[in-house]
Write a protein of this length. Sequence first.
Length: 740
Amino acid sequence: MAAPLRFDGKVVLVTGAGNGLGRQYALDFAERGASVVVNDLGGNFKGEGAGTRAADVVVNEIKSKGGKAVANYNSVEEGEKVVQTALENFGRIDVVINNAGILRDRSFARISDTDWDLIHKVHLRGAFQVSRAAWPHMKKQNYGRIINVTSAAGIYGNFGQANYSAAKLGVLGLSNTLAIEGKKNNVKCNTIAPIAGSRMTETVMPPDMVAALKPEFVSPLVLYLSHEDCDESGSLFEVGAGWIGKLRWERTKGVVCRSSNSAMTPEAVRDNWDAVTDFTDSYTPRSNQEPAGIMMEVLRKIDQGPAKPSRASSRAASSGSGPDVEAAKQYKPKPIKFTYSARDVMLYALGVGSSTRAPDYLNFLYEGGEDFGVIPSFAVIPAQMGMENVITQGIPGMEINPAKILHGEQYVELYKPMPTSGTLTSQVSIADVLDKGSGAVILINIETFDEKKEKVCFNQFNIFAVGYGKFGGNRNSEAAKAPGKAPSRKPDSFLVETTSVDQAALYRLCGDRNPLHIDPSFAAMGGFTKPILHGLCSFGYATRHVLKQYGNNDVTKVKAIKARFAKPVLPGQTIHTDMWKEGNRVMFQCKVAESGDVCLSGGYIDFHAAPAASATTAAPQVATDLKSDLIFEEIGRRAKDEPAMVKKVNSVFQFNITKGGKTAAVWTTDMKTPGGAIYKGEPKQGKADCTLTISDDNFGDMVTGKLNGQDAFMKGLLKIQGNLMLAQKLGELFRTRSNL
Ligand SMILES: CCCCCCC[C@@H](O)CC(=O)SCCNC(=O)CCNC(=O)[C@H](O)C(C)(C)COP(=O)(O)OP(=O)(O)OC[C@H]1O[C@@H](n2cnc3c(N)ncnc32)[C@H](O)[C@@H]1OP(=O)(O)O
């Protein structure tokens, strides 16, 4: 049997511990080794009178059984004094049970100001005062447990208890925020709504029920929630007679009752009322980021106008045990219009890493450039909204939590080069919904036409809904555009490029405002340590790489693009694209250089005609968002924040500077110090992860900026051994650090 839950060495403060539930908590904590502060003002249950007797009796009872306890007679409104008793007598405070409470029941019309204020002062302000006094001590010791007491009257309302209900629901709000703010310091806070016979409930319950609902059938929950082994926080429980149940919020799927070009009317609300209040496919929101995320989706859906009754009714008709695939395939929303200008085209180019550092930037970043054109992967942008509508409206029988959505694969086919501006119209359909076990894959086909009604492009979005599998559906579909397979031979060519730490923040301005890519709390709900890069952003990087290596940046040559998103990329990570030429097709695969993980797999670009072999074979690119003199800071930061990512750079880098064939200077850096301290000193042979040897032939040019690390490397003037990519960054560093 697991060890009993003990509180030896812990100091527990129970307010209102002179009677009823509070007394029971105090006795039970003391019996299990805690030192207990028994707080009680000594008044009656209406808050009248004061005295020391109630607390003293409980303290004596604890002491008579060999326990440790001390009395405190202050009002909970004097939280500092209450907590001070714990600190003075036992030197610390670990657990606070905000139990003290009184009643001033009156029907609403008869509640006086005093009845209202007194109830709020004791229940809500009292819990605030005592918790605030204990808070800094709990945070400092990195351990604390707070249990707040609410009531069924607070949760559901109760006749004659408007003042009490309001204060008690306020206590729940207080708890929820304390749970969030305390998380970092292992301070956990939960709320209970006990159903027990007490001096207070005697006024609202029949005597035989009061007798049956004993405090000892509530207390064990309080002790468990207060124990260091319990991870629960921010939760609400009803408890009584030995029964415990957890409560949570539930929300209907809801419905948008207005469109972008019309006012919202009461009639629209009336007409949608069934959908507003329909709990079929309901949802249980858990944080205030979730409603915020949904609001963003609502704004996007506004353009679609009021909900289509047909979708709602088909959803209601489904069994709820999984998607109704046949009904989904009938989905035919009204076409979507997308108007854009050269500005959007250039913003997209920046979003997928185009930079003025590259000589060919005029192609994508300057509308006055001779060959100004649209990166072919931009074709996903006009179609994006159609895909999002499918996800936010859900599939019949399948309500989708946006935090569980990942982009699985993308296929794009171009019938003509994307125009640099215009209004395009897209028709959306659901090709299939597949059961992949760990998730459901939703295949969304979107055809896009120009003003002349000529087809410009076709997109297939493959959206992976994590955790929605196992519904008994088909695993594969003929409608799916399958990924390719990278050849087993060494890549014919590769390009390496570091994304910006702000890459997702930039890319989302192109249209995909999914909070997963910017909001840490939202990303955490999807199970990520931080916001991840849009799959379509990496897709754009890969497209640029292949187009540069094999298409001479000529956007008219590209026919189709496909890739699978195999692993997420974090903004700031480096994308390494390996490429293989196979006739008209260039296969590609991207890795996250820092981790070695494949992030885009099975990728290919089909060209209209077989491309020429790559001019620069295996040429490394030093394309970084970082200013050279910030590189050391960046590496230092990574070493600190993401040690797993920089295992290889945790030791020493060494720079040999030679003049006339002889070593003129040796610099080393440990790469651990933010700011990147460079130490001059003796070479640490054998210890360096990487060595750069720079000869006097090129060093001067590098310092003055005529030659950068990449060029020097390409010309063979800069010799780099060891971790190539980091060495490239360091090579780049030499371009501007003239103070070296
Ligand atoms: C509100 C508006 C919403 C808007 C929509 C969202 C748009 C964007 O904002 C969202 C994004 O950009 S997310 C970022 C880009 N995507 C990613 O990072 C996903 C990375 N991939 C993964 O994590 C896993 O592959 C993962 C999790 C997808 C699958 O991993 P596993 O569960 O481990 O799967 P596995 O066991 O390897 O394979 C099971 C079956 O699934 C198929 N499969 C695997 N990866 C797939 C993928 N990426 N796409 C499609 N299918 C995939 C496997 O082939 C296997 O099926 P089968 O056995 O039939 O071959």
